[in-house]
Design a binder for this molecule. Structure first.
Ligand SMILES: Cc1ncc(COP(=O)(O)O)c(C=O)c1O
Length: 374
């Protein structure tokens, strides 16, 4: 039985994307590869909403993208303010500390948002080289208000560079790199972009590249100055890209843009609404006050053991994820992004209802299905 993979990344990959990946390997410095890269980078710019930013696609996971953002703009004398809505926001703090960078953090309670007045006050009291914000924190399902944070930065500390992690957002929700005055945005291939894991997509602003030029970066593979010539001309070599993953990303982006990016966002909103209506019918509580369209994080009703619930659901062919950090064991995370269809999610919600019923929760499966379909 083919399992229905509904963890919040990696997400299922459509057949044409898989087929693209199984094409014969070509030279990573061939004209064919260079053309494919050029088209891919043009899609990346549209995806992030930029005309002026400089796009990159690099072999490595989302964490490499986070590390490239930090190491290319924070030198020895620089400092960082992390805005965290959960586990992945916290990762920026861990990463910066690991590199010996001075870091402060404003953290929201699970499901809530960082206090914007506190952000304003913090930025007035101390100068930061950069601020990080995770557009969708995959641990809590919180959708950050990137635009409002950007406005506060412009108002209080316009010289501070703005880094946005779009790993669980890009493609599933609008991102406006130019309008929101973002300096570095990064994402991964394996979530709303419905491509196998292993690629990170980034865009740097002009001033972020200038900042890189003024520091000694604590990275070699991730140094954007090594990659800029390759992104400008794919026949140049710095380090061998995972050619076949690039085939699959290109195919997936082509599919998304053929459908229309706005339609793709709408599909995510629609699926999120349906899943939440169905889970609401089951009496489940959503963690996020402002939930993302890409995934939902729900708390269990009293008396449900996480491992038992997810284990039984897996026996029914549906794989979802556990909650993380402070929420560990208290709920589950379900992805509704990428190439997932309404029909697949309908199967998933009815299996979830059945599993709760097996575990003694009073459930009307019919009502759950109707709530999903309405
Ligand atoms: C919001 C967010 N940022 C960063 C990462 C790290 O990405 P990766 O696991 O691809 O290194 C993840 C992974 O799930 C994520 O959800």
């Amino acid at each position: 039985m083919q399992e229905l993979l509904l963890i919040p990344g990696p997400t299922p990959v459509s057949d044409d994307v898989l087929d693209a990946m199984s094409k014969p390997v070509i030279s990573h410095t061939s004209v064919e590869f260079a053309n494919l890269l050029k088209e891919t980078l043009s899609y990346v710019k549209d995806l992030f909403g930029t005309k002026n930013g400089f796009p990159f696609v690099i072999t490595g996971s989302g964490t490499l993208g986070m590390e490239m953002a930090i190491t290319n703009i924070l030198g020895e004398k620089d400092n960082l303010l992390v805005l965290s809505h959960g586990y992945f926001g916290d990762r920026f703090e861990e990463l910066a500390k690991h590199l010996g960078i001075e870091v402060d953090k404003i953290k929201a309670n699970p499901g809530e948002h960082v206090d914007l007045e506190l952000l304003r006050k913090t930025l007035k009291e101390k100068h930061y080289t950069a601020v990080t914000l995770t557009h969708v924190d995959t641990s809590t399902g919180v959708l950050a208000d990137v635009e409002t944070v950007s406005k506060i930065l412009q108002e209080v500390s316009p010289e501070t560079l703005f880094i946005v992690d779009g790993v669980c957002a890009t493609g599933g929700v609008k991102e406006e790199f130019d309008n929101w005055k973002i300096d570095v945005i990064l994402t991964g291939s394996q979530k709303a972009l419905a491509t196998p894991p292993g690629l990170t997509l980034l865009t740097f602003s002009k001033r972020a590249i200038e900042k890189r030029n003024s520091i000694k970066p604590r990275t070699y593979y991730g140094d954007i100055l090594k990659w800029i010539p390759v992104m400008e001309d794919g026949t140049k070599y710095f380090a061998t890209p995972s050619v076949n993953l690039f085939f699959s990303l290109h195919q997936s982006l082509k599919d998304i843009f053929d459908m229309g990016l706005e339609n793709y966002f709408k599909k995510h909103e629609d699926l999120a609404r349906r899943v939440r209506n169905a889970m609401n019918e089951l009496g489940l509580k959503l963690v996020a006050k402002r939930p993302a369209p890409t995934l939902s994080v729900f708390l269990y009703p009293e008396g449900i053991d996480d491992k038992t619930f997810r284990g039984r659901l897996k026996d029914h062919g549906v794989v979802i994820a556990n909650t993380l950090a402070e929420l560990y064991g208290k709920g589950f995370r379900i992805g509704h992004m990428g190439s997932i269809t309404k029909d697949e999610l309908l199967v998933a919600v009815s299996k979830i209802a059945e599993t709760f019923e097996e575990l003694g929760v009073k459930v009307s499966k019919g009502n759950v299905i109707n709530a999903f379909l309405s």
